[in-house]
Design a protein around this ligand. Structure first.
Ligand code: ATP
Length: 753
């Protein structure tokens, strides 16, 4: 998943007004912001934490002294503003100023504005030699702009889901696509949509002043996923830099792509993009969203809750939704879990064009019928529907396909599940939507190696610590509770591991910051709840650890899906305590698998005692910190309450510093803390040495390691331990000796001695 941490605005304070004109105070959000087209070469990307770049012209910033200090006010020419709002020409001769604000002086306009739609268009690649540069993609005959992007991203060939879904979607079919996590489903539906819109834009370029009708709606369950999808699709349009193709690939020499419009650099910021994409999600300012929609977008990626809020107040958009060309449900199965079922259902109803067909939910009979008629179905362009997920059961796919037939439902004519019910409302135009199901058996990605550790709950910390030390890399640890994350994160930090928490009780800004930090370290740990299980496309996550067993099969699949993405290798570790065994058995049972198929992790047990000592001391330090923080918090609260009630406090509470307790207590506390910290430092310095290895005589002992050390074959932090990937360090049950307990799935584990 991709995160966006905020927006930056470029406020141009130059004014272009020469005569006295009507001006007005306008709030920052009400200014006529226009989006700035970002080019790759500008190096400004959503990955950098930027949501959208906007700019505004014809605004004067005036500072006024008020009772609350200096306040910035934004002055705009009212006539110009009105003209922008109404799409009419500005009345340049309007005299005087009614607002009492001094007239604004005009300066020459620095940014040329396009006079018509044919000029100053953002550059679009208009030719691309796909036959030679992208032979595996050539048969799709995609728009050159899309080929240029695919080429620049080094996607040499389509992924299997793309190979199968794209031609079907391009031929006008409805598609239900099911494929493993990280297999490129976004582009499987995104490329056909963008292809058609780009072709349409080439044939008749969008007009500057008219609101574009919405053409495609992509619904996604979470805010993070919606932003990621929108950024992913946007990146297909932001590719303008033809020079990069030849300079990055000097061997290819000549220019392979050509572009229309402004070829030398960034396009004119005022020209409408050929295809515009926006995300509408919770947490963004409603005014900003309204502005985006007022300008009109071709592709809207949205979470159902926020979109429905907006649709209720925007009839034009609601009308557009009725006439969509494309509707996409990304991770449909997750959408019904997020509490937005009703909103999603309402939106889907808007998209239906032949209402005479069926209504499955008795609740609906009491609601007013949708306003569209059968005529709409004839006059509107055909809508294509795409439903994609990594976890859409076969049964459900069949029900989807047969949804208008009684056979698709259970005997009482009720849908088999909530998701069934929801999807039965999709207005598939195809009597037989194409099902492309290439999900692997049990939903597992072939490049993923799974493993497990059987241990007591109380030993999970030490096993995790061992794993993190033994196999450095980017590791995502899933925990089932926020409290668990709050406990473990400081512990791992004290042990010197860069650890970042991610859960719903963190502020959005902090969440995005932690994600960015996780992404920026090659050896880092993200401790997350299941909010990170779906959608996040973090590059190069080496390991996923299930610190607690996930509650559902889908969660197991999606958590694992954060690694082994895009045909890369990945590793997952399931930590299972005795009381979790039943859940694990059930989990694997529903995947028609045996837990014994998942090999056990090899552990070099002699390290564990040392690690356990480190953890014990780190825990003691953390307990002291925790106690200290709690006491400080209480002291603050007492002081504030006493002040409010006008009560005298003991001298211990009166002092202004943060310390709590008597001087003696403070001294003892600090001494204890210092002692423990010194002890931990000492323990962390002690080398972790493999059995049989002598640190004094690296060229002798039962394992001479000098040679291998020089060759870099050994682990940096564990002396005498060979560097290896976690996936190579597992033991399958098949390799183990048969024993009497053969038919017992889990061996009893009595913990670390
Ligand atoms: N043809 C391709 N070749 C190589 N990489 C690709 C290709 N298409 C997409 N990718 C990359 O694969 C990664 C995963 O893509 P995407 O997020 O669409 O997967 P997904 O199937 O939707 O995953 P999930 O089910 O977890 O949401 C992205 O980083 C994307 O850029």
């Amino acid at each position: 998943m991709v995160a966006a941490s905020g927006k930056r605005r470029n406020l141009s304070s130059t004014s272009h007004l020469s005569k006295k004109r009507k001006t007005a105070h306008v709030s920052l959000d009400d200014l006529s912001w226009t989006p700035v087209v970002r080019t790759r070469t500008a190096g400004i990307d959503i990955d950098e934490g930027l949501l959208e770049l906007e700019e505004v012209d014809d605004v004067q910033v005036v500072y006024e002294q008020t009772a609350n200090g200096r306040v910035a006010k934004f002055l705009v020419n009212e006539s110009k503003r009105a003209s922008t709002d109404a799409g009419a020409e500005a009345n340049e001769d309007e005299p005087g100023s009614e607002s009492g604000i001094p007239p604004v002086k005009e300066t020459p306009q620095t940014t040329p504005k396009p006079s018509d739609n044919s000029t100053n268009q953002p550059s679009v690649i208009t030719a691309f030699d796909s036959e030679n540069l992208l032979p595996a993609w050539h048969s799709f005959a995609l728009h050159p702009q899309l080929y240029a992007t695919i080429y620049s991203q080094n996607f040499a060939s389509p992924t299997p889901i793309q190979s199968q879904a794209i031609p079907k979607a391009l031929s006008g079919r409805d598609v239900i696509g099911v494929a493993e996590t990280g297999s490129g489903k976004t582009l499987a539906y995104g490329l056909p949509i963008l292809h058609e819109l780009l072709m349409g834009a080439s044939a008749s370029p969008p007009k500057i002043k008219s609101r574009r009708p919405l053409r495609a709606l992509v619904l996604a369950p979470t805010r993070e996923l919606a932003l990621q999808v929108s950024q992913h699709l946007n990146s297909c349009l932001n590719y303008h830099d033809i020079a990069t193709i030849s300079s990055e690939n000097p061997k290819k020499g000549k220019q392979k792509a050509t572009s229309k419009g402004n070829e030398k650099g960034p396009s004119m910021p005022h020209a409408p993009p050929p295809v515009s994409i926006a995300a509408i999600v919770g947490g963004m300012s409603t005014q900003k969203q309204a502005r985006i929609l007022e300008r009109g977008v071709d592709v809207l990626v949205a979470t159902p809750g926020r979109l429905w809020d907006i649709l209720e107040g925007d009839d034009e958009l609601a009308e557009n939704v009725k006439n969509l060309r494309f509707l996409v449900l990304d991770e449909a199965d997750r959408m019904i879990e997020t509490g937005h079922f009703a909103e999603l259902d309402n939106i889907l109803k808007l998209t239906q064009r032949q209402f005479s067909r069926t209504v499955t939910d008795p609740e609906f009979h009491s609601e007013p019928p949708p306003t569209s008629t059968a005529d709409d179905a004839n006059s509107s362009p055909p809508m294509q529907t795409f439903v994609f997920s990594a976890t859409l059961s076969k049964e459900l796919q069949q029900n989807l396909k047969k949804r208008w037939r009684p056979k698709g439902f259970q005997k009482n004519n009720q849908p088999a599940s909530t998701l069934d019910d929801l999807l039965s409302r999709l207005d598939f135009r195809d009597p037989e939507p194409e099902i492309v199901d290439i999900s692997p058996r049990g939903g597992m990605v072939p490049t993923l190696k799974e493993s497990r550790i059987e241990c007591l709950v109380t030993d999970k910390d030490v096993y995790l610590y061992y794993f993190l030390l033994r196999y450095p890399g980017r590791t995502l640890v899933f925990m089932s509770s926020i409290d668990g994350i709050r406990r473990l994160a400081p512990l791992l930090e004290l042990l010197g591991l860069p650890t970042f928490p991610l859960h719903s009780q963190l502020e959005q800004r902090q969440r995005l910051k932690n994600l960015d930090r996780f992404k920026s370290h090659t050896h880092s740990i993200l401790l997350a709840t299941d909010i990170a299980a779906r959608g996040l496309d973090i590059p190069l996550v080496s390991h996923v650890v299930h610190y607690q067993v996930p509650r559902t099969v889908d969660t197991y699949i999606h958590r694992n899906g954060r690694t082994a993405r895009a045909q890369r290798s990945g590793f997952s570790l399931l930590m299972c305590a005795p009381d979790e065994r039943r859940v694990v058995r059930a989990l694997f049972g529903s995947l028609s698998r045996q837990i014994t198929e998942v090999p056990e992790m090899n552990i070099e047990h002699h390290f564990l005692d040392k690690l356990k000592s480190r953890i014990r001391v780190a825990k003691e330090i953390d307990t002291l910190h925790h106690r200290d923080n709690k006491a400080k918090h209480e002291k603050k609260w007492m002081r504030a309450t006493a002040e409010a009630l006008d009560i005298d406090l003991d001298s211990d509470y009166r002092s202004d510093d943060d310390s709590v307790g008597s001087k003696r207590q403070i001294k003892t506390h600090e001494a204890n803390l210092g002692r423990l910290k010194a002890e931990l430092r000492g323990l962390l310095k002690q080398p972790l040495v493999a059995r049989g290895v002598s640190t004094r005589y690296v060229t002798s002992g039962s394992h001479p390691i000098a040679h291998g050390m020089l060759a870099g074959e050994y682990h940096e932090g564990m002396i005498g331990v060979r560097r290896t990937e976690a996936g190579n360090d597992v033991t399958s049950r098949k390799g183990k000796k048969e024993n009497k307990k053969h038919d017992i799935e889990f061996e009893e584990w009595t913990g670390i001695s």
